[in-house]
Design a protein around this ligand. Structure first.
Ligand code: C2E
Ligand code: MG
Ligand code: MG
Length: 751
């Protein structure tokens, strides 16, 4: 049939090739339709039938092809939509043409929102240029695709890392049609990389780091480790940290460390380790255990820091705050601490101990007359001698300028024996101090006054104990030097009395203070003025003499407000007399104690009082004693000059009792020498006192100073003074100290 019917032949050929072609191209359908129409014109029913069958077949094939296309489209869409990566079709200018769900989820926009934007809109602005450059290269045909890691900014503003692969699809004319972009989320991976980088950087810090496995075998160390220990990584990896052991710690130390580590999973503390060069150094070490998922230790991380410099600085600070810089002895602070310890242990062990309070005699004078360097060397020498004279566990400290203190523990348990022991040691210390000190080719001899107080750890406080030893020392100073004195019970009582007296005196200023006036006259008895003498009018005890409270006022500092009140009262009195013709010439002598004089603003206080009361300054006389001259002479002299410049007069009280060197006198601007009463009270011409008085009077004349005698009780004394050419006097013979009204009556009577 095929041989006789060309239509069948053609149809079969078409069928064979056509069906193959159909599968390949849509254009084939048009061709088949055209040839089928031609065959229809042949009027060959068989042929027509055959063509119809063929057409039917072709139609079925077309249907099949259509379904295949649809299936492929659906599959493509499903793949596009459900892809685990973001996929987008992007126009050459960057607009999103089609985006899948994953991409939307990744950047946080809905599909509709994203289709309004371009890839430029969501690219991290700092990375846009690099991206655009690659796009351009593709558009210019320089590359077909590219892949890069970059960041998108999500709708919520957060930056996320993605891996972008872009391929360009061209149309049939070869022009760029659209891009296919595949967007992979690599944010987590990037974060992990970042963390690793941070960890690696952190590992290379200034702290030395060491990582071991669970068996303590070193896995890794950082550069700081090598710098600190001197070991290169290859020298320690595989070893254990025991390699660094200094040998300074007992096995128990390491045992405790490991116990704590296994209990708390970390340990920190100070540890001594050894560097490669053998040097031992302190470090602050922190060890943490790292646990695996099962909670088992898998690693240990040790971080440590060399703290030797820190330690040195600490030691320096310690030494500065606890030791005297000059003598290197413990200072007051450390001494108080040690004494506290000594008290505690004496209580615990029921043992006696002793505190020796040592004050060098005449040290300020030595310091003033010699250079300060000599003073320093004396102090250093004395410190060394004291240290050498006691046992190593006894404490020798320097409390202040020339005050030293020694604490001895473990004395005999029997009080009497302990006293003897302490006395012997005290005397040994005094003897050591007394030895000549060779300095600059010369020799200096210095002695000390020593107060000793025993302690038994009873109820003594450190402060009480010191107070007692100090009080005993002052006792020595008062009764001759270069001796020791034990604190005893009567002193204790005196001490307690002093404390309560001080409290009373504090309340008494100024309401209970009264001033008495003792007339001063020229040698013919003509009144010149008076010395102002303070008394304490106590409601219970009556009138208390200044001898009983001035020393206390000086020690407690109460002399300052008291002195100020006395000075102003004297000025007020002078001001009153200025209004009375008969008394306008009278002067007043005011006693000024060293503590008062030493105040930085003493001269200003005087000037203010003069100003306030507007009195002629020459009518005010300040009496100061020689003890003041033992202090820093230059500053005393400067103050005196300023007082003189104000127009006031200065009198040197109690002259003859102290140890003023005559050279001082020449340099100081005194107007008057006041001969101490002790020479006058029982003076007889021809005796020793008379000789001294004579000498003082002639000294005054030579130095061009007035001389006044105090304590003149007898006519004999007065006659002697007149004979020797003394200018003026005061004493019971003339008048006792008395209240103002009595003095004024006396003055009126004598006028
Ligand atoms: P002073 O300055 O040497 O005063 C002289 C002391 O001798 C006074 O004792 C006075 O009453 C006493 N006196 C005067 N004439 C005679 C006499 O003929 N025979 C005897 N036996 N004694 C005589 P007072 O008033 O008890 O003062 C004692 C010391 O107290 C004073 O010695 C002075 O150092 C101090 N003082 C007194 N008043 C003040 C004051 O207002 N301020 C300061 N800072 N110290 C004062
Ligand atoms: Mg006086
Ligand atoms: Mg006097």
């Amino acid at each position: 049939m095929l041989r006789h019917n060309p239509a069948v032949g053609i149809t079969l050929i078409y069928l064979a090739f056509g069906s193959l072609w159909i599968l390949l191209s849509d254009g084939a359908l048009a061709l088949i339709a055209r040839d089928a129409a031609q065959l229809a014109t042949w009027q060959n029913y068989k042929g027509i039938a055959f063509i119809l069958v063929t057409a039917l077949l072709l139609f079925s094939l077309l249907q099949l092809r259509q379904r295949q296309l649809q299936r492929s489209e659906t599959r493509f869409l499903a793949t596009f939509e459900q892809a685990a990566v973001g996929i987008a079709l992007v126009a050459p200018d960057g607009r999103w043409l089609k985006v899948n769900r994953r991409l939307c989820a990744l950047v946080g926009y809905s599909e509709a929102e994203l289709l309004q934007l371009s890839f430029q809109d969501i690219t991290y602005h700092k990375e846009l240029d690099a991206d655009l450059e690659l796009v351009n290269q593709m558009l210019k045909g320089e590359r077909d695709s590219y892949s890069l890691e970059k960041r998108y900014r999500r709708k919520d503003g957060q930056l996320i890392w993605i891996n972008l692969t872009v391929a360009l699809v061209r149309d049939q004319q070869g022009q760029p049609d659209y891009f296919i972009s595949v967007v992979e989320d690599i944010n987590q991976q990037k974060q992990a990389e970042l963390e690793l980088r941070i960890a690696a950087t952190a590992f290379e810090t200034r702290q030395a780091m060491i990582i071991t496995d669970a068996e303590q075998s070193i896995l890794r160390v950082n550069q700081a480790f090598s710098q600190t220990t001197g070991y290169r990584p290859d020298e320690v990896i595989g070893q254990t940290p025991a390699l660094l052991k200094s040998g300074r710690h007992e096995t128990e130390f390491y045992q405790r460390m490991w116990q704590e580590l296994s209990r708390d999973r970390q340990w920190q503390g100070e540890i001594w380790n050894r560097r490669k060069n053998g040097e031992i150094y302190p470090e602050w070490l922190h060890i943490s255990a790292v646990l695996d998922e099962q909670g088992q230790v898998c690693n240990y991380i040790g971080a440590f820091e060399d703290i030797s410099q820190h330690k040195q600085a600490e030691a320096k600070i310690h030494s500065l705050s606890y030791f005297d810089v000059l003598t290197k002895l413990p200072n007051r602070r450390l001494f108080m601490d040690r004494l506290q310890q000594a008290l505690l242990s004496s209580k615990r062990l029921d043992q006696l101990g002793a505190v020796f309070f040592i004050d060098l005699d005449g040290f300020s004078a030595l310091n003033d007359t010699q250079s300060h360097d000599v003073g320093d060397r004396v102090l250093i020498e004395i410190a060394q001698r004291l240290v050498r004279s006691v046992h190593g566990d006894d404490t020798v400290a320097r409390l202040g300028s020339d005050e030293f203190v020694v604490v001895v523990e473990n004395l005999h348990q029997n009080m009497d024996s302990a006293l003897v022991q302490a006395k012997e040691l005290g005397e040994r210390l005094l003897a050591a101090i007394r030895q000549p000190i060779p300095i600059n080719g010369g020799e200096f001899v210095i002695t000390a006054s020593m107060g000793v107080s025993l302690f038994d750890g009873g109820s003594d406080s450190v402060a009480d104990l010191l107070k007692r030893a100090d009080a005993s020392m002052l006792q020595v100073k008062g009764t001759g030097r270069d001796r020791l004195h034990f604190f005893d019970h009567s002193m204790q009582q005196a001490l307690e009395q002093r404390v309560s007296l001080e409290a009373l005196l504090r309340k008494a200023i100024p309401e209970q203070l009264v001033l008495h006036y003792q007339l001063q006259a020229d040698i013919q008895g003509r009144p010149l003025g008076a010395e102002v003498l303070v008394r304490w009018q106590d409601p219970q005890q009556g009138l208390i003499s200044p001898a009983a409270f001035i020393p206390l006022a000086e020690q407690s500092g109460l002399i300052l407000p008291m002195g100020q009140w006395i000075l102003r009262s004297a000025c007020r009195q002078l001001q009153q007399w200025q209004g009375q013709a008969a008394r306008r010439q009278l002067s007043l002598a005011v006693n000024v104690s060293p503590k008062q004089f030493q105040q930085a603003d003493f001269v200003d206080q005087v000037a203010a009082a003069l100003d306030e009361f507007g009195i002629p300054p020459q009518l005010l006389k300040l009496e100061i004693t020689e003890s003041l001259l033992l202090d820093d002479l230059d500053s005393v002299m400067a103050k005196m000059d300023r007082i003189k410049a104000l127009g006031l007069r200065l009198s040197l009280d109690d002259f003859g009792t102290g140890f003023s060197s005559l050279s001082y006198l020449q340099r100081l601007p005194f107007d008057q020498l006041k001969i101490d009463q002790s020479f006058l009270r029982s003076l007889h011409p021809g005796d020793k006192d008379a000789a001294i008085v004579r000498t003082i009077i002639s000294l005054g004349k030579n130095l061009d100073m007035e001389v006044i005698a105090e304590g003149v009780e007898t006519q004999t004394a007065l006659d002697f003074l007149a004979e020797q050419g003394c200018n003026s006097y005061q004493g019971y013979l003339l008048a006792r100290p008395m209240p103002l009204e009595a003095l004024e009556q006396l003055l009126t009577a004598r006028a």
